[in-house]
Design a protein around this ligand. Sequence first.
Ligand code: F6P
Length: 541
Amino acid sequence: MRDIDALWQRLQAKQKQLHNVHMREQCAADDARFSRYSLQAGELFLDYSKNRIDDEALALMIELVEASGLTERRDAMFAGAKINQTEGRAVLHTALRAGPEARVDVDGCNVVSQVHAELQRIEDFVGAVRAGQLKGASGQAFTDVVNIGIGGSDLGPAMVCEALRPYRGDGPALHFVSNVDPVQMTDTLAGLNPATTLFIIVSKTFTTQETMANAALAQQWLLTAFGSQEQVLQHCVAVTSNPHSAQAQGFAPEQTFLFWDWVGGRYSLWSSVGLSIALALGMDNFRALLAGARETDEHFCEAPLADNMPVILAMLGVWYRNFWSAGSHAVLPYSQRLSRLPAFLQQLDMESNGKQVRMDGRPVACATGPVIWGEPGTNGQHAFYQLLHQGTDLIPCDILFALEGDTDCAAEHRILIANAIAQGEALMCGKTTEQLREELVAAGVEGEQLALLSAHRNFPGNKPSNSLVFKRLSPKALGSLIALYEHKVFCQGVIWGINSFDQWGVELGKQLAKGVLDRLNKATPADSKPASLLDWVVKSR
Ligand code: F6P
């Protein structure tokens, strides 16, 4: 039997044993549980003591990580090997945040020097826009910037700009348009003045249907205001790894910011795709974001597996997905500014690890990526936490919060933190039957009603959660946090033996939509009874 199969069986046996153990009892019996199962990595503190684990379970998972070849694959990724085999590409989002002294070669070319050259172009552009030196067609400075992109060309920058809003200073206001539903673009344009608006058209491929359609709408709006294509282009820049396509659409090289095929869309906010972030927050803050990610990269490469934060989060994710049948994972930021984090992590995790085929083309033998979902606390508490506490599924949660808020409202921030901590405790401890009974009796409940309410108000606990804490939601802390999740997702992909860096599953829908659109454009209804939804729609419009 292979090592991995044997380990898998030992982990299954361990799960059976821990299934009947309550975390409440584990904590009561072990004063050191919190200090043993928590760690600091740079700006980030992780408490993972509220998990269905013990030392033996962790040791087995570390053996599993070792047997999966994680360290070799991690080193190969950082070194620029073409680990994205199905697309024949290196995977080097880490090179986007490497210091200028670093060297990583792809096809004989040092990509780090390319990265820093492009960062310098971004810095010059950002400086000129923020200082009001670069002006629009009518000689006015830009007050508003609209980022047009979708998926990785939208979610990361939108999430970061929202999270770091207090760092904006006197930078332009940022707007994000992603959906091909024209209401998003028309609503956005309704509040803007063409003379002071700059558009960034962001698309790795520069062919994405939604982005191209939205760019056309924006350019039409500019054309109506200015009258000439030359003036329209004074209000637009492109960000892409396909400069030929951008050029074919009129973008001169000096209006085009580049990134490379070794940057996956969902890993691209560190590249020129982050132009909107740099414009919103200024270059120093953008560089602080990169520095935070670099700190996590160093931790990931250097810390022993047992003290390695992304590895620990990944092991716990695999533990629940494969040994406790957890189909989903909740991300609960106690931070309104992190309201877009769950959506960003959905793409990062689900597009990376939503796979059913191993690297070698064989089907996977186990469940892979879970559904990622979530909402900021405390809002979620008044919506779906009921299911977390008393539903029939086990749903591991990540609870995130900052020790300090970025308003003057310290008392309200304490309420936020109190709720974050209380939820972790409630999920873990629940309420014992005796406690519940005592409370009900004290409230005068008796007889049949006591039995009934004891059942309905039963609070079993033993629900796992991680708490991720940082001092403030600063650019550096956020950079560290995003890189932490990137590496967690990577480690899980390695353990499952899948390629986390392609996304073939999104292609079929795109192909079919083209044919459907052709039919809608022709709009010739079939005479006979509709045989499909498309027929019916064509007939009904
Ligand atoms: O359809 C999925 C996807 O390819 C994502 O992986 C990507 O982030 C997004 O579309 C946008 O792609 P592009 O940046 O090429 O427009």
